[in-house]
Design a protein around this ligand. Structure first.
Ligand code: ITT
Ligand code: MG
Length: 195
């Protein structure tokens, strides 16, 4: 069994990775399994932030670490909230973030509410060897919260290809089409070489 640490404090992300990687014989640990590590997520791009998270934790723990930096990119808002998705309306408050997004899009018609979710995964070994992969899924921002599953902006994100909100999908359905699922599948194509 391979064990990899995911440098995340987000329980929703951890759940998705665990569901996708456990069947492949990879055990997931997260920051919840270790004493607190201070991470300064101050990069300007998804890749910079994922690298900061992975490097900080790999150096501290001396273990192979992967990190996920992700976000929602809304065309009518010039790409916001983007890399600031977690802190859009304050600190990691999903309800407040969703309320702010709806408010910013007041009066914007459906056809102009195009958006995508993006994930960059960066994995690093304590010796610095790095592996990067990206994924995205396209959709629209809804006019009201729809569905109960997932986390973050999922209840406001309409998945064009499935004609449902992301929060109406089961965990398996989300993993099949999501930014994170696509990034992870791209990542796994090079995982054995990196490991
Ligand atoms: O940095 P870590 O500890 O991994 O956890 P985080 O929640 O801060 O994660 P990010 O810095 O990558 O911020 C991404 C934010 O984008 C949103 N997000 C990312 N993936 C999402 C998904 O699959 N569904 C809904 N919202 C998502 C959600 O608000 C996240 O907090
Ligand atoms: Mg974060």
């Amino acid at each position: 069994m391979k064990t990899i640490v995911i440098a995340t404090k987000n329980a929703g992300k951890a759940r998705e990775y665990r569901k996708m990687l456990t069947p492949q014989g990879i055990e997931i640990k997260t920051l919840a399994d270790f004493p607190p590590i201070n991470i300064n997520e101050n990069g300007k791009t998804f890749e910079e932030n994922a690298t900061i998270k992975a490097m900080t934790v790999a150096k501290q723990l001396q273990l192979p670490v992967m990190a996920d930096d992700s976000g929602l990119v809304v065309d009518a808002l010039d790409g916001a909230p983007g890399v600031y998705s977690a802190r859009y309306a304050g600190d990691h408050d999903d309800a407040a973030n969703n309320a702010k997004l709806l408010q910013k899009l007041t009066g914007v018609p459906s056809e102009q509410r195009t958006a995508h979710f993006h994930t960059t995964i960066v994995a690093v070994k304590p010796n610095g060897t790095k592996l990067v992969a990206d994924g995205r899924v396209d959709g629209h921002i809804l006019h009201q919260l729809t569905g109960e599953n997932g986390f973050g902006y999922d209840p406001l994100f309409y998945v064009d290809e499935l004609q449902k909100s992301m929060a109406e999908l089961t965990a398996d359905q989300k993993n099949q089409i999501s930014h994170r699922g696509k990034a992870l599948r791209a990542f796994m194509r090079n995982f054995n070489d990196w490991w």
